[in-house]
Design a protein around this ligand. Structure first.
Ligand code: FES
Length: 272
């Protein structure tokens, strides 16, 4: 008889309502490659970003500020007087100022539909791949704490728009030289330009954005502007995974570039 009890409570794949197949799975390809590569990539970023976020040093080399530290909201960011530096947190704030703002891009990516799939597969094996049973006995999806919090993704999307706006401002400021004179450009300016394009492309390709732009409409014909915008976002949305990775790499590279210049390991080549 169907195991209705465990079906509703656990819903795992070994319940009586599912086919009784003994093999863990019937896939013959290297299905583990994608989740393993995903986990390795995410782990590398987590290690790098944790080091940089807590380093509390080498995040500003005029006119560049690391995207991990922008906007800098603590008094201790004083050296970057000419950047996005608003001292909302006074001298009592003793740890790295990156911690104040990283919660927003971190929350945006953690609750992102693509990253959810990536880390559920890569780290939790829930499930590890299509047609490969998960090892867990229970499955409650995102219906309970803490995973129910994934539903606040839309609010992180709003915050991500603000963050992308501030990084755009930083990119504009990078068209100065180290004396803060306008009309200059260095290799760092190019690094920032590529990064901000990818950050915007990733942000706008968000599933929540797609719904905000084109959702809850009965007739697209009566909303031609939203229809066009929805088509545009839809095209980007189809590349969401690619943009998630590209912008993750570019934001780390932009930070690393600032680190190299700020620490004196590399001189920013100036074009004019
Ligand atoms: Fe990925 Fe919104 S779904 S950022």
């Amino acid at each position: 008889p169907p195991d209705t009890e465990s079906h509703t409570v656990s819903g795992g794949v070994r319940t009586g309502t599912r086919a009784a197949i003994d093999a863990p799975h019937l896939r013959t390809d290297r299905w583990w490659l994608a989740p393993a590569a995903t986990a390795a990539g995410l782990l590398a970023f987590i290690v790098y970003s944790t080091w940089r976020a807590f380093a509390d040093t080498d995040y500003y080399a005029a006119p560049y500020v690391s995207p991990f530290y922008s906007p800098c909201l603590a008094e201790r960011c004083a050296p970057m007087r000419h950047g996005p530096n608003w001292e909302l947190f006074g001298s009592w704030w003793a740890i790295s100022p990156a911690i104040i703002i990283l919660i927003f891009p971190l929350g945006f990516r953690l609750t992102c539909y693509y990253y959810r799939k990536a880390y559920y597969r890569g780290f939790w094996a829930s499930p590890p791949a299509c047609a490969v049973a998960e090892p867990h006995k229970k499955y409650t999806g995102e219906t309970r704490f803490p995973l129910i919090l994934q539903n606040i993704h839309r609010y992180f999307f709003y915050a991500a728009i603000v963050v992308a706006g501030i990084l755009t401002y930083d990119t504009v400021l990078s068209f100065r030289n180290e004396k803060y004179e306008w009309g200059h450009m260095g290799l760092g300016t190019l690094v920032f330009l590529v990064n901000i394009v990818l950050i915007w492309a990733y942000t706008i390709s968000c599933h929540s954005c797609r719904h905000i732009v084109g959702g809850k409409l009965r007739h697209f014909s009566k909303h031609p502007v939203r229809y066009k915008a929805w088509q545009f976002v839809g095209k980007l949305n189809a590349r969401h995974m690619l943009l998630a990775w590209a912008s993750l790499v570019s934001v780390a590279l932009a930070d690393f570039y600032v680190f190299l210049v700020a620490s004196g390991a590399f001189d920013d080549p100036r074009f004019f």
